[in-house]
Design a protein around this ligand. Structure first.
Ligand SMILES: Nc1ncnc2c1ncn2[C@@H]1O[C@H](COP(=O)(O)OP(=O)(O)O)[C@@H](O)[C@H]1O
Ligand SMILES: [Mg+2]
Length: 351
């Protein structure tokens, strides 16, 4: 009898699964898995060439723009970009800002000698406090020899002018500094500016993005207001098709992609695997100094990161097996050779 009391729940779950299998849900997920898209290129005004990655076939920059309310930024759903370093979070933020700038019909200008399209970055560190870097900054005053002057932070400037601001490496910033934005993130996007002595409210067009690596060792938890203001969480992974487009060897890209998939699936406790930036750099070094030297430079970089605790020994070994899979095993040396090596690959040691 006890079984029949529990059964209706199990039966309901089975029924839901059956519907998903037979009906639209199942058909749709099969379709999404097989759709291939042409790469589309966005050329940023500063010359960077970015291929925006996709989620379920839709360009991320389109998704990001659709989450925004251009008239009332307080109604916008802001994006949280999470992922290891070198996956493309900063590039993606730039593409989003540029697309938004174009959509609003703005001209590319200039700021600090660089092309400007309404994009600013703010980051801090363990010594940031409840003013800096988000509320105000202190700059030496030219008129008043040696004294410092309080000016609006880039964050406040972005609020006032309706720009996109990316808070980078958010979980490496002192929590005191993050809390200074609580008034912005748990309310109507307003903040008191000590430099101007008044409260400012985010102007139409204002957008903010958070970016960080959740796997950062010693990283802090974000204040809860941040989670509610940035409900749209995007797990950014390296966009491997773009790397192929840039001419990186297919076997290397495939091996990196396979290893990265294991990380994403939580296999073997891998938190770090080589990402877009590392594989792009390895490819560039191979083109310039040849495979053998480039591999040694790559491996010495790995060895140092293991030494500093930035990369775990098991992650470095997995990266070396990735090189095996990519077909570079002939460059390995035997343990008897006494050549300093990591995972069998000789390190770049001068002698
Ligand atoms: N989608 C992409 N298209 C073109 N290049 C990319 C792309 N994603 C990453 N890259 C390259 O990888 C590097 C690292 O990207 P970045 O945005 O700085 O990573 P993150 O901010 O996640 O650390 C960039 O300098 C760029 O060369
Ligand atoms: Mg970055």
């Amino acid at each position: 009898m006890a079984l029949t009391i529990l059964d209706p729940l199990a039966a309901a779950i089975d029924a839901i699964d059956d519907v998903a299998q037979e009906g639209e849900l199942g058909a749709q997920s099969r379709e999404l898995a097989t759709v291939e898209h042409d790469l589309e290129l966005v050329e940023l005004p500063d010359g960077r060439r970015i291929y925006p990655p996709r989620v379920f076939g839709e360009r991320i920059d389109d998704v990001a723009l659709n989450l925004l309310d251009l008239d009332d930024p307080a109604e916008s759903k802001f994006l949280r970009l999470v992922g290891p370093p070198g996956t493309g979070k900063s590039q993606l933020a730039r593409v989003i800002a540029y697309r938004l700038w174009q959509k609003r019909g703005r001209e590319v200008g200039e700021r600090h000698g660089q092309p400007f399209y309404g994009f600013v970055e703010v980051t801090g560190g363990p010594t940031s406090d409840s003013y800096s870097p988000f509320v105000c900054e202190f700059v030496p005053s030219r008129e008043d020899g040696g004294n410092v002057r309080m000016v609006d932070s880039a964050f406040i400037e972005a609020m006032v002018n309706g720009w996109t601001v990316m808070i980078d490496e958010a979980n490496a910033i002192n929590v005191m500094a993050l809390l200074s934005l609580n008034a912005v993130f748990d309310g109507r996007l307003s903040l008191y500016s000590p430099a101007e002595g008044r409260s400012v409210v985010a102007a139409p067009g204002f957008t903010t993005l958070l970016a960080y690596n959740p796997g950062l060792l010693g990283g802090s938890d974000l204040p809860s207001a941040y989670y509610s203001r940035f409900p749209a969480t995007l797990e950014v992974t390296s966009y491997w098709p773009a790397l192929l487009e840039l001419g990186a060897p297919e076997a290397l890209v495939n091996a990196a992609r396979t290893l990265d998939t294991r990380r994403l699936n939580g296999d073997d406790g891998l938190v770090w695997t080589p990402q877009f930036r590392e594989i792009e750099a390895l490819h560039a070094m191979m083109t310039r100094v040849g495979e053998r030297t480039a591999l040694a430079l790559f491996v010495s970089n790995l060895a140092e990161r293991v030494g500093s605790g930035d990369v775990q020994a098991a992650e470095a070994e997995a990266a070396c097996r990735m090189l095996d899979e990519a077909g570079y095993a002939p460059y390995k040396v035997s343990a008897r050779s006494q050549v300093p090596a990591l995972g069998g690959y000789p390190r770049a040691v001068t002698r």
